[in-house]
Ligand binder design. Structure first.
Ligand code: NIG
Ligand code: FE
Length: 399
């Protein structure tokens, strides 16, 4: 779409910038977009003329959701594993190898179709930025092709060759770590922005995780980590030690983990004035789908840790692409306020990806907007399971 766009008659505009409360709310507002960017935010009665016009009709408008943690490149599903869990089986991560088998057997076009289907599903639910991980290939060729396919859809791509040790390396995990740090990283790095490790008992221990993440950093990849999902462990503190952008899951945290995250706080030019270098990304879809205890979001927030919310969309532990569902879970099950949850799903996700051009609706930001079928952001938690996304504008283009 060429030319300018005005979105006016916005009853409640969440800017995550200057305005009322932590969401920087403005009432009866308008947003002017030019060349994919927000160029003006102000009172609706003063809205300038533009080439194109969207009338929000008094509804709420939010920045598009930033889903900073998703595993979209896979084949098959694990519905039977889910049913077994709901009948009492615990989640151990063992099913990852099932998906690895199916993914290796799939064609490029099959994988591509799944990525596009899930990305489309998420977009219709208001997600305008979505991180995509590899991690179900676990050979040099399959990790490289997973990332090549992910990169067709997102610039936020993450190499997760260290998801689990594949069956053929079960007796020699050191050799697998060597493969990940050597030829696999070399093949994956051209398509990846980030590196991630599943640091957990049964996956990779802290020494292997440190070695792999250091190799990724050495070739310019940013660090993120799956940590403290299934039990307490050293992952969160390793993430802080390495300056990770985000440690994800954070279901089992000690006081020392919280202190470490809080100590990564820095002053910034951002709206909040301070944030933690390492964000705690919470993935309540995983606790929902594995029937596990939810992370203690309040403890993190009260300690001043920056919190993001993401879907963890994957066929095993969290097969949802819905950020509104995660917002509702965070409010109901994790005692986040609706404002904290909406911030975490937008600006928080942007922080977890070290982006300052998304997750906000202020002049200069990317024009990623969601028009709700509701008068307020509160409705995302108040009306769970209801399709409240009326319109999505991505990069200034109505979808
Ligand atoms: O983030 N924890 C590791 N990886 C995924 C689950 C993957 C799977 O079960 O297939 C997660 O929950
Ligand atoms: Fe994950």
């Amino acid at each position: 779409m060429s030319g300018s766009l005005i979105v006016d008659n916005i009853g409640e505009l969440v800017t995550n910038g200057t305005g009322e409360g932590p969401l920087g709310i403005r009432r009866n507002a308008a947003v002017l977009v030019e060349e994919g960017r927000v160029v003006w935010v102000g009172p609706s009665p003063y809205a300038p003329a533009a080439d194109h016009h969207v009338d929000a009709g008094g509804a709420a408008v939010l920045p598009g959701f930033v889903d900073s943690h998703a595993h979209l490149v896979f084949a098959g599903d694990r519905a039977a594993e889910f049913a077994a869990r709901m009948a009492g089986q615990p989640y151990t991560g063992g099913g990852i190898r099932t998906t690895v088998g199916a993914t290796r057997a799939a064609t490029d076009d099959e994988l591509r179709a799944t990525v596009r289907r899930l990305r489309g599903e998420a977009l219709r639910q208001g997600t305008t930025t979505m991180e995509i991980k590899s991690g179900y290939g676990l050979t040099v060729a399959d990790e490289a092709r997973s990332l090549r396919i992910a990169a067709e859809t997102s610039t936020e791509t993450t190499f997760l060759g260290a998801h689990v040790v594949p069956a053929e390396y079960a007796d020699r995990p050191d050799d697998y770590v060597g493969l990940v740090c050597g030829p696999m990283l070399a093949a994956a790095a051209p398509y990846a922005k980030w590196i991630d490790v599943f640091c957990e008992q049964g996956a990779f221990d802290v020494d292997h995780a440190r070695a792999i993440l250091a190799c990724g950093q050495a070739v310019g990849l940013g660090v993120r980590l799956h940590a403290n999902q299934l039990g307490p462990g050293p992952g969160v503190q390793l993430g802080v030690e390495l300056g990770a952008a985000s440690v994800d899951h954070c279901t089992y945290l000690s006081d020392a983990d919280i202190d470490a995250l809080a100590s990564s706080r820095i002053d910034c030019m951002c709206h909040e004035g301070r944030h933690t270098t390492t964000v705690a990304t919470l993935l309540p879809g995983a606790e929902f789908s594995t029937r596990s205890p939810y992370p203690d979001a309040r403890r993190l927030l009260d300690a001043g840790v920056t919190v993001a919310l993401a879907t963890d969309c994957n066929p095993g532990s969290s097969y949802t692409s819905s950020m509104p569902f995660c917002v509702a879970l965070a409010v109901r099950e994790m005692r986040m306020t609706p404002a904290e949850a909406v911030w975490a799903a937008t600006a928080g996700g942007a922080r977890a990806l070290r982006r300052d051009d998304i997750g906000v609706l202020t002049p200069g930001a990317r024009a990623d907007l969601v028009v709700l079928d509701a008068p307020s952001h509160l409705h995302l938690a108040y009306r769970p399971g209801v399709p409240l996304i009326r319109q999505v504008i991505r990069n200034g283009v109505p979808q």
